[in-house]
Design a protein around this ligand. Structure first.
Ligand code: 5GP
Ligand code: SF4
Ligand code: MG
Length: 489
């Protein structure tokens, strides 16, 4: 009886944990060691450049004289920080984080960096990714008497490090890495150094930059290096711990590199177009996807338009090869990231108008090729097509620069439960009909890989073909209602 009760409790706890939105987030990490610079101010601008990776909360921690101070809050970087808070954060080293979670519950308690205490001293941690064995680790740690104040996997990493008896933080991190499974790009700060950590598959990006001759920077994306005048040095290798301090850069290879599995969706949608990953510029890679899509799926049309902002490089590439003129068909309100004011019913009925307005003069009477990076749930693409029709578009040929998204992501991106993914429920023809397009074509996997320009086994492509590079425990699969489906080649 006691067993049955405890197993029911276990299941409930497991359900709560798995269902918690903060388990699935894409984020941005920025860290800097630069004793002669205003590190908090530079982190502010670094995070500002990484804002696209998370708009829910932001935080900066600084280290000085053996102590850590920090400020975190809900909302955009520009909302969370003002001159006064930046002035107060003085130090020789800083760690910043922007966090994103797509589901309703938002909580200041989950804002990062989180602060911990190891026997070697205090530390701060910021995470981009998602562990797949969070529940298991949490159970183990709880049995060891560790208490938790949130349900985030970042706290699990923090507690793993805290309870390690290793003499240095780097060794404690290495111990933790042996227990962690999943995707993690971490920034970890102690009062006199910054540490970059990447999982053995390198699922999420993380790179290193140099600031003048005395500073080091780590960043989720290279776009944040240029903003503060730092130059790109290299990516943090999968399975590495890299420390930056007054002794310079020191790397420990904790795991021999396994099969690399960089998230291919970073190239399609997440990363900023001016960033570089695997030595490839994101903008030109997307342009190449558009080039190949134009070859693969031509359309008889008068104008190629992007769905702004993310579809722009893809559309430029499509127009280039198709020979059809490129133009704007939508105007996007640049100031909308997340609006916290709920529209009234009349405005809700207008739906997508708040973000996107059709440019009637440019599209009326025309046969359009509409190019976008991806379709996830299909809830914005349909209304967008209606807008174009209402504005007088004669035909709408939809071109999508990745294969159909059919499977959930367990590595730090909320592509929702599987049944929410429109391509998991419908065939391409059904999606076309549902969205009201005259034709619909998706970029094929071979063309996607060709555009990125490296063999497929350098990437995670699981949301397209269910080939998960890091095994997913059954219970976690259930949380996303993962169906047993055959691999798509
Ligand atoms: P849907 O029609 O599936 O509702 O929306 C498709 C649009 O969502 C595309 O324009 C694509 O750029 C965008 N998108 C793709 N992935 C994400 C994501 O993770 N978060 C957000 N906010 N938009 C996404
Ligand atoms: Fe990226 Fe998709 Fe793999 Fe998730 S499943 S890491 S979104 S490629
Ligand atoms: Mg988009």
């Amino acid at each position: 009886m006691a067993d049955a009760r405890s197993s029911a409790r276990e299941k409930q706890a497991q359900h709560r944990l798995l269902a918690h939105p903060s388990c699935h987030e894409k984020c941005g990490v920025f860290g800097i060691y630069a004793p002669t610079h205003d590190v908090a101010r530079l982190s502010y601008f670094g995070l500002y450049a990484l804002q696209h990776r998370g708009q829910e909360s932001a935080g900066i921690a600084v280290g000085h004289n053996g102590k850590i101070e920090y400020h975190t809050g809900m909302g955009l970087v520009s909302t969370v920080f003002d001159e006064e808070t930046i002035e107060r954060l003085r130090g020789q080293v800083a760690l910043g984080h922007v966090r994103y979670s797509t589901t309703g519950t938002t909580s200041a308690a989950n804002a990062q960096p989180l602060i911990g205490e190891h026997r070697s001293g205090p530390f701060a941690i910021g995470h981009n990714g998602n562990l797949v064995n969070t529940f298991h680790l949490r159970e183990q740690l709880s049995e060891e008497g560790v208490e938790f104040s949130s349900t985030t996997d970042t706290e699990v990493i923090l507690r793993l490090i805290e309870q390690s008896s290793a003499p240095s933080l780097e060794l404690a991190i290495a111990e933790a890495m042996h227990r962690m499974q999943g995707a993690y790009s971490l920034g970890i700060m102690v009062p006199d150094r910054i540490i970059a950590v990447r999982d053995p598959h390198g699922v999420r990006p993380l790179c290193i930059g140099r600031l003048n001759n005395d500073g080091w920077v780590i960043s989720s994306e290279s776009c944040a290096l240029h903003v503060i005048g730092a130059r790109f040095v290299r990516e943090v290798e999968p399975g590495q711990i890299v420390t930056f301090s007054k002794s310079g850069m020191e790397a420990i290879q904790v795991f021999e590199p396994e099969r690399k599995a960089m998230c291919i969706f970073e190239f399609i949608y997440f990363a900023r177009p001016d960033s570089h990953i695997y030595g490839r510029n994101i903008y030109t890679t997307r342009q190449r996807m558009g080039n190949l899509l134009a070859q693969q799926a031509p359309a008889d049309a008068d104008l190629v338009i992007p769905v702004p902002e993310s579809g722009i490089p893809h559309a430029v590439g499509y127009a280039e090869v198709s020979g059809i003129p490129y133009g704007q068909g939508f105007i996007k309100n640049r100031y909308i990231h997340r609006t916290f004011i709920t529209p009234d019913q009349r405005l809700r009925d207008l739906g997508v108008h708040i973000k996107l307005a059709p440019l009637k003069e440019a599209i009326a009477g025309k046969r359009l090729v509409v190019v976008d990076d991806s379709i996830v749930r299909g809830t914005t693409t349909g209304p967008e097509i209606s807008l174009l029709r209402e504005a007088g578009a004669r035909e709408v040929h939809l071109r999508i620069n990745c294969p159909p998204l059919r499977y959930p992501c367990f590595y730090g991106i909320d592509t929702s439960t599987q049944e929410e993914l429109i391509a998991a429920r419908m065939t391409v023809e059904e999606i076309r009909d549902h969205l009201g397009a005259d034709s619909l074509e998706y970029l094929t996997m071979p063309n996607l890989v060709k555009a990125v320009g490296l063999p497929k086994n350098n990437f995670c492509t699981a949301c397209f073909d269910a080939r998960y590079p890091i095994p997913i425990p059954e219970a976690v699969k259930i949380s996303k209602a993962m169906l047993e489906t055959e691999d798509v080649k």
